[in-house]
Design a protein. Structure first.
Length: 290
C-alpha cells in the first residue's frame, strides 16, 4: 500500500532540487521553469546533479578530495537496487528520476568520470579530446533530458545533441576563461594553439596578444561550426525535446563577445548579464530555435 507520505517523497525531493538548482545554475533553473510543468521536477533533479559534479573543482583545494566526492556519486549509481542517498535530497531525487524515466546509469557514470579532468591542470590535448569531454558531459545531459521530455523521440535528436553539447561547452569555457587562466587550467586544445604559434605556457602567460586573439577566434569558430551543425540537425528534434536545448541560446552571443574581446578575454569576463540570458532563453522556448 502506497501512503500519501510515500507519494509525496519524490515531489519533495524534486522541489529541493529545483531550489538547489536556482542557487547553483540559474540558466538551467530557468530552463526547468520554461519546460512543461510535469517535467520540471525530473529535469531539476538531473540538472542539479550535473551542477553538483561540475562544481567539485570549486569546492576543493586538492584533487584527491574532489575524486572522493565524485566517487560518492559513482557508488550511489552502482547500487543495483537503486536505493541510497539517505540524507541527501539531491541524490534521492536523482535516483527517483533514473527509475521513473529509465535513464541509463552508465551514461551518468561516464559523466562523472569525465569530470575528473576538471580536478587537474592537464591541458586538453586536441580537438577530439575536447569533443569527447563535451560529449560525455553537455551532450549527454541534453540526451538524458530528452529521455525525460519526449523519450519516444529522443534517439532522433542524438546528432543534434552531440553538436549542441560541444557548442555549449565551448561557450561555457570562453565565459570561464579568466577563472581557468588564474588556476592554470587550459581547455583550449593544444593542436589549436600550435596552429597559432602558441603552447600552454605562452597562452596562459599572455605573451603574444595577436596569437592569443587568433587562438580565441579559432576556438569560438570551432564552437560556431558545431552550433551550425546542431541547427542543421534540429529538424529531427521534437517540439518537446527542444526544451533540452534552451541553454544553447547563449552560445552565439558568447562567441561574438569572445571574438571582439580577443586576447583581453584572458583578464576580462564576457559573461552576459543574467537578464539577457533569460531573454534569449525565453525567446528560444517560444520559437523553438536557438
Amino acid at each position: 500500500m502506497v501512503t500519501s507520505s510515500d507519494a509525496a517523497a519524490p515531489q519533495t525531493a524534486y522541489d529541493f532540487s529545483l531550489a538547489a538548482l536556482r542557487a547553483s545554475d540559474r540558466d538551467r533553473y530557468l530552463a526547468c521553469l520554461l519546460a512543461p510543468p510535469d517535467k520540471r521536477g525530473p529535469l531539476a533533479a538531473l540538472y542539479a546533479f550535473y551542477a553538483e559534479i561540475a562544481r567539485v573543482r570549486d569546492a576543493v583545494r586538492e584533487p584527491l578530495p574532489g575524486e572522493i566526492r565524485l566517487q560518492w556519486w559513482r557508488d550511489l549509481l552502482d547500487q543495483p537496487d537503486g536505493k541510497g542517498g539517505e540524507g541527501n535530497p539531491l541524490a534521492q531525487a536523482l535516483l527517483v528520476c533514473i527509475k521513473d524515466h529509465k535513464l541509463p546509469a552508465a551514461v551518468l557514470q561516464d559523466m562523472i568520470d569525465a569530470r575528473i579532468f576538471d580536478l587537474y591542470d592537464d591541458p586538453m590535448e586536441d580537438r577530439s579530446s575536447l569533443e569527447g569531454y563535451a560529449g560525455e558531459t553537455a551532450s549527454a545531459l541534453i540526451q538524458l533530458a530528452s529521455l525525460i521530455l519526449d523519450p519516444g523521440q529522443a534517439q532522433q535528436s542524438a546528432m543534434a545533441a552531440g553538436h549542441a553539447g560541444v557548442a555549449h561547452t565551448i561557450a561555457g569555457l570562453l565565459m570561464l576563461l579568466p577563472l581557468h587562466r588564474d588556476r592554470g587550467q587550459l581547455y583550449l586544445p593544444l593542436d589549436l594553439l600550435a596552429a597559432t604559434g602558441l603552447d600552454r605556457d605562452s597562452f596562459l602567460a599572455g605573451e603574444n596578444d595577436a596569437a592569443i586573439t587568433r587562438a580565441i577566434g579559432a576556438f569560438a569558430g570551432l564552437g560556431r561550426d558545431h552550433l551550425s551543425k546542431a541547427r542543421l540537425a534540429a529538424t529531427h528534434v521534437s517540439r518537446l525535446n527542444r526544451f533540452a536545448y534552451l541553454g544553447l541560446s547563449i552560445a552565439e552571443p558568447v562567441f561574438e563577445r569572445a571574438e571582439r574581446a580577443g586576447s583581453k578575454l584572458l583578464a576580462r569576463s564576457i559573461v552576459p548579464p543574467q537578464w539577457r540570458r533569460q531573454w534569449w532563453m525565453w525567446k528560444a522556448a517560444r520559437s523553438g530555435r536557438w
